[in-house]
Design a protein around this ligand. Sequence first.
Ligand SMILES: *Cc1c(COP(=O)(O)O)cnc(C)c1O
Ligand code: SF4
Length: 336
Amino acid sequence: MNDIFFNEPNWQKELSGAVSDVASLYQLLELPLPEQVYTPNKFPLRVPHAFINKMKKGDPNDPLLRQILPDIAESLPVAGYTADPLGENAHNPMKGLLHKYQSRALITVTGACAVHCRYCFRQHFDYGANLPNSQDIRQICQYIANDKRINEVLLSGGDPLNINNRRFNEWIGALSVIDNIKTIRIHTRMPAILPNRIDDELIEILANCPKNIIMVLHINHPNEIDDALAQKCQILKNHGVVLLNQSVLLKGVNDDVETLCQLSHALFGIGVMPYYLHVLDKVAGSAHFDLPIDRAIQIYWQLLEKLSGYLVPKLVQEMAGKPYKVPIDIYKRPPT
Ligand SMILES: *Cc1c(COP(=O)(O)O)cnc(C)c1O
Ligand code: SF4
């Protein structure tokens, strides 16, 4: 790794240039500013230009805009939507580590993201108390090495690619020497939000890692897929990284069969296999993205009808206390 030089790369400039005020966003999108805009103090607007550039100008209902624009509906409490719907706080054996499923351990590498997705299920997670420092890295790795049932580590967050290459390399290095770990999985929205984050240094870190590397992208709509992303996926694949995608089923974004079919085909076109389609986690502030489970099941049957088997993601829901992501029982509402 001696030939890696940790530069101050361009992506960090792009990251700090992310748009955080609604007026600028509307101006860039050539939209008139509404009379009332919602500007939450916690989890405020945050979106890099690279993602804004994929939105359609003049369309207030753009599906990418909807994912990131704060909506007054977030501030209204809705029964059944809570701060910790997944019961994650109960599976937090030490700072920075979630061990909920037997063979996989999840590390919250950072609380920060390049973008603030309004439906995010971790938007209320107590990252302050959960951000591992260098000493914690040692402890976490010790825990993982001691539990031989664990064969895979997920780097998550926040967005694990929000940290710089030097710190990311620290994690990869520490995990690479644990015998029982076969696979390191990186759950990130960064390639779709800020493709330049996938820079040469990062590629080299991943290519040199002796473990299997999986990157699970998080893309919800086909408009998120463009040439810049396609190029980065090609490079990742050339270096042996397995590419999967997870989406969240979101009202007003991707809750129709055509959009989801287009998404699966577009993903496959850039070498990414659909993995999960998540039913929304009932996190406080996200109710306006939810749709009735019957509707989700109806859409899913239509997907099964239209798509090649390998293009159909698994429809799942996370449930507190369950030792796996729970497959949705689609037979509750058979096809019509
Ligand atoms: C989603 C998740 C995993 C990974 O689950 P898979 O079904 O293997 O994708 C592991 N740990 C936690 C805490 C998770 O939320
Ligand atoms: S990138 Fe992921 S963790 Fe970050 S806000 Fe979006 S959904 Fe949440």
